[in-house]
Ligand binder design. Structure first.
Ligand SMILES: [Zn+2]
Length: 374
């Protein structure tokens, strides 16, 4: 279907978006291929590190609070049991409950106030640090497959026509792309305070040149972004997961001196669009998806709960007037057939033109190495 240029003008007019043909959508499975724990294993991993004394930044207050919280809310006494044998609730489940409580301004017995703020809010912040700590610890090595992917696209001369949309907070794809500097510049789709300043340690960072820019849109935030709620600015710490350092040492905004906080939005966060920067990123993702000829979903199971993502995809599909070619790359060794069938069905029932939805047998690793013959 041909659609008029005029229609596109309601979206971004920038030339760097016009050149985009492919979108690579990175879900948790893509990071898992590099050794990141899947969501369900985050707590297990954290308490294993905690018990082995391997938490890199020792902040005993956070540990004490989390141990107490798991016992009080879920009857899990991590000090008395083998972590391997514990079934932890899912991350979304816990965050969902805390977010609702904060939104409704309600509380739980013994959980009304810590010295500084409502204890529930404190626990929510602790859990976000927990993700930062675990990912920091588990992903210390260089991202192998993300680099292979980026280099393959570069060789095939497709890199500048590709946009990455990531649902992960880790910085695997970021680091793979940053390695291609100065030939290519990572463009997160938002302004950072670092654009205005030259910091010696930030040698890989400057305002991206539109001719060289590769979009990396991180819909749920990132471990290398720090947000200042006072002056509403965002500071980028390339190649560094500075959020993890916040655990033992507060970081202050260079512009106004206010205390900075992480932008990591768990998928269940109900007000996902309330942050100014994330709004811009989601809007940009909409522009990009409306132009995309092909979307590659990597390591993303398309869960029912991700209603914001579905809304974004449906808007772009309907506004564009046609379904892009869709490829799902979710396979891994030993994946049960029923799970594959369920996933395929979930994708197919959602998009309008079913024949354009291709559920492949590729794993993320194979996709990185060989791509898909289309
Ligand atoms: Zn500030």
């Amino acid at each position: 279907m041909i659609f008029s240029k005029k229609f596109f003008n309601i979206y971004q007019k920038e030339e760097e978006i016009e050149k985009i043909e492919d979108v690579i959508f990175l879900g948790a499975g893509a990071s898992a291929s590099e050794g990141a724990p899947v969501q369900g294993a985050l707590f297990k991993e954290y308490f294993r590190l905690y018990k082995d004394g391997e938490i890199p930044y020792t902040n005993s207050e956070i540990n004490t609070r989390l141990v107490k919280f798991f016992n009080a809310f879920f009857g899990i006494n991590v000090n008395q049991r083998k972590v391997e044998n514990i079934s932890f609730p899912s991350f979304e489940e816990i965050l969902g409950i805390l977010e609702l409580s904060i939104n409704r301004q309600e509380s739980f017995r013994d959980y009304s106030f810590s010295p500084a703020k409502p204890l529930i809010q404190q626990i929510r912040e602790d859990l976000i640090f927990l993700i930062a700590i675990v990912l920091d610890k588990k992903l210390e090595t260089t991202p192998q497959y993300h680099e292979i992917l980026v280099n393959r696209l570069k060789k095939e001369k497709r890199l500048s026509k590709t946009c990455f949309i990531s649902l992960n907070y880790d910085i695997l794809i970021d680091n793979a792309l940053i390695k291609l500097f100065p030939e290519y510049h990572v463009d997160y789709g938002v302004e950072f305070t670092n654009f205005e300043r030259k910091i010696e340690s930030v040698k890989y960072w400057e305002r991206p040149d539109p001719k060289k820019s590769i979009f990396l849109l991180k819909l749920h935030g990132s471990l290398n972004w720090l947000y200042c709620p006072t002056c509403i600015s965002l500071t980028l710490t390339p190649l560094e997961k500075r959020v993890a350092k916040l655990v033992f040492e507060p970081q202050y905004c260079d512009m106004c001196g206010g205390e900075m906080i992480p932008i990591i939005i768990p998928p269940t966060f109900f007000k996902v669009m309330s942050n100014f920067f994330l709004q811009k990123i989601w809007r940009k993702a909409e522009s990009v998806l409306t132009r995309a000829r092909r979307i590659f979903f990597c390591g993303y199971s398309f869960p029912d709960a991700d209603v914001h993502i579905k809304y974004l995809l449906k808007r772009t599909e309907i506004n564009k007037g046609s379904t892009p070619e869709i490829f799902i790359i979710n396979n891994h060794e030993g994946k049960p057939l029923y799970q594959k069938e369920e996933e395929e069905w979930r994708y197919k029932r959602f998009f309008k033109e079913k024949e354009k939805v291709h559920y492949t047998s590729y794993s993320f690793q194979e996709f990185c190495e060989q791509g898909i013959n289309t």
